[in-house]
Design a protein around this ligand. Structure first.
Ligand SMILES: *[C@@H]1O[C@H](CO)[C@@H](O)[C@H](O)[C@H]1NC(C)=O
Ligand SMILES: *[C@@H]1O[C@H](CO)[C@@H](O)[C@H](O)[C@H]1NC(C)=O
Length: 208
């Protein structure tokens, strides 16, 4: 359907439609519906996301750029070195109203295979600088963008509820996690990716 350009803004931005069957003729195979159209501007758009209007869904409440390096990788509090020569850039855009995080992750010189007990090997962990901690969000592993696989990238958005595939104390470590927690204390979080050649992490970077 092509919308007329003179369509009133309220109509274009919010439209709630519900259908109530008022007649059901099973023999004829027809259902007559009564359509209720509600032009309440605050009603529909972003309702599923917890946002109040169309623009809220497309607005980040914070953005984070993380430079991940091998020297920041630890197991417990012991530096393990990661993958020498590898680096990562983790860009995040957080929409705390929608519990959504958009990511653009680029790795250079990753070696080995992605490997982790979690669903993927690329994460945000709740872990202070120099310490380990549980993964809270698992991102799709960056895939090669060149034939040699020197550069790898993954980009997209994830919306909670989050699951990591790692169970601690009987709960998935992503369970009940809300991206608002990152905004409240970014220093308590880090981004990393794990390799078969460096299980504690290939590269790691602190969000603050
Ligand atoms: C991801 O970031 C890189 C720069 O690090 C940029 O070149 C690329 O266009 C970005 N991709 C998306 C989908 O935003
Ligand atoms: C971290 O160190 C502990 C204790 O040495 C070890 O059991 C564990 O396998 C290590 N974890 C990784 C991911 O290498």
């Amino acid at each position: 359907m092509k919308l007329p350009t003179s369509l009133p803004l309220a109509f274009a931005s919010a439209l709630t439609v519900s259908a109530v069957p008022v007649a059901l003729d099973t023999a004829a195979g027809t259902i007559t519906l009564q359509l209720n159209i509600d032009l309440n501007q605050d009603g529909l758009v972003g309702a599923g996301a917890g946002a109040n209007n169309a623009h809220d869904l497309f607005t980040f409440t914070s953005m984070h750029a993380v430079q991940a390096t091998p020297d920041q990788v630890v197991n417990g509090t012991t530096p393990t070195g990661g993958i020498a020569g590898a680096s990562g850039t983790f860009h995040f855009g957080i929409n705390s109203a929608a519990n959504m995080i958009c990511y653009n992750i680029t790795l250079h010189n990753f070696q080995g295979e992605f490997e982790s007990p979690a669903d993927t090997a690329t994460h945000i962990h709740e872990a202070a600088r120099g310490a380990s901690g549980p993964p809270r969000i698992a991102f799709p592993n960056p895939q090669p963008v060149d034939a040699a696989g020197i550069v790898r990238n993954s980009a997209g958005c994830l919306t909670g509820p989050f699951l990591t595939g790692v169970v601690m104390d009987g709960r998935d470590t992503g369970e009940s996690f809300h991206v608002r927690q990152i905004e409240e204390n970014p220093a308590a979080f880090m981004a990393d990716t794990h390799s078969s050649l460096a299980l504690p992490g290939a590269v790691r970077g602190q969000l603050a």
